[in-house]
Design a protein around this ligand. Structure first.
Ligand SMILES: [Cu+2]
Length: 195
């Protein structure tokens, strides 16, 4: 009895984890940008033909706080919706030259949304505060991250394969680098960005 139970359990485990199955890998690394004060807000994405993206059901939020877009740079997949909040006591507006939208102006506590259907970089501006600037980077890959203050990033759960790693910064030239992601392994990347 015990033996047959163990045998059954073994067979089930074998079915769940077929021999040679590809486990996800990951990509992590650091971006160095010697000409910038900070290596934050750099969008790292892994590009390959035919990648499938699933937009999140909930909108991705960008706050307008102390006359800034927070976060300054937001990366999303195509089909995702962004919701802009207003955390200030003054009115704010959002418009984008590349996106061709102008969401009007609204008060503290209110919000506006826009759904992005095409990949690209969309500058976010406010007609009421010309110094305000932010970016929404729309991607057609599920594999991306935005660097933190230290320039570090991590992209988890990447299907093994060959990719073109792309690093986008608002101030620097976009850099690409071919990389390979192996099953169940982290791939470490160090990238220096220049003008
Ligand atoms: Cu504003």
């Amino acid at each position: 009895m015990m033996k047959s139970l163990a045998a059954t359990a073994g067979a089930v485990a074998l079915l769940l984890v077929p021999l040679g199955a590809a486990n996800p890998g990951s990509v992590n690394g650091t971006v160095i940008a010697p000409s910038l004060r900070s290596a934050a807000d750099i969008v790292i994405s892994l590009q390959a033909p035919g990648l499938h993206v699933t937009p999140p059901k909930a909108p991705v939020e960008i706050d307008q706080r102390n006359l800034h877009f927070v976060p300054h740079v937001v990366a999303i997949v195509k089909g995702a919706t962004v919701k802009w909040l207003n955390d200030d006591s003054v009115k704010h507006n959002v418009f984008s030259p590349e996106g061709g939208y102008d969401l009007g102006s609204w008060n503290h506590g209110e919000s506006r949304t826009h759904t992005f259907t095409k990949p690209g970089v969309y500058t976010q501006l406010c007609r009421l505060h010309t110094e305000m600037e932010g970016y929404v980077v729309v991607l057609d890959t599920p594999y991306f991250a935005v660097t933190g203050e230290s320039g570090a990033f991590r992209i988890p759960d990447v299907a093994p394969g060959k990719y073109t790693l792309k690093a986008w910064s608002e101030k620097l030239k976009t850099t690409t680098k071919p990389i390979a992601v192996e099953s169940g392994k982290p791939t470490a990347i160090q990238l220096t960005l220049g003008h």
